[in-house]
Write a protein that binds this ligand. Structure first.
Ligand code: CU
Length: 149
């Protein structure tokens, strides 16, 4: 079984490399190309939450990968976008046998109608998150969820 999965992994890598080379061949071989570590197990994050009359959407711009991921949060109240909140998110993975507790914290920055930032996942697996936001009235709000990659 282990050998089979190694072969599968190797063939996936070969496909990824071939795709990268095709893109490079088109004359757009940017530095970001080597950062593309997407794989077949990753998925897009799009979670919706409700708290204290606010709707909270947290989403990844692309399929989640180990490493850096662009994420964005949209807050709404009564159908209107809320753009004057302070938003931060914490991703964490509990301690497990042979693996310490891990976390990544980010303060998001308003850009248009959403709050944007980065989420770095140091390994694949299930990550919990806490999204906190403070609204202009001084109230603090929190939602929780989890992602898999
Ligand atoms: Cu872990």
């Amino acid at each position: 079984m282990k050998r089979l999965s190694m072969i599968l992994l190797a063939s996936m890598l070969t496909v990824t490399l071939a795709q990268a080379q095709m893109k490079c061949g088109a004359g757009k071989c940017g530095a970001s190309m080597s950062m593309d570590t997407s794989n077949a197990n990753s998925e897009l994050m799009t979670d919706m939450h409700q708290t204290n009359g606010y709707s909270v959407k947290i989403a990844s711009v692309k399929s989640l990968v180990v490493g850096n991921n662009a994420i964005e949060v949209v807050l709404q109240k009564d159908g209107k976008v809320v753009t004057d909140a302070k938003v931060k998110v914490k991703f964490f993975m509990p301690e497990m046998p042979g693996m310490p507790y891990m976390e990544y914290k980010e303060k998001l920055k308003l850009d248009g109608n959403s709050y944007k930032g980065n989420a770095n996942f140091s390994m694949s697996g299930t990550w919990q998150y806490q999204l906190k936001f403070k609204t202009a009235d001084g109230e603090k709000h929190k939602v929780r969820g989890s992602i898999n990659l």
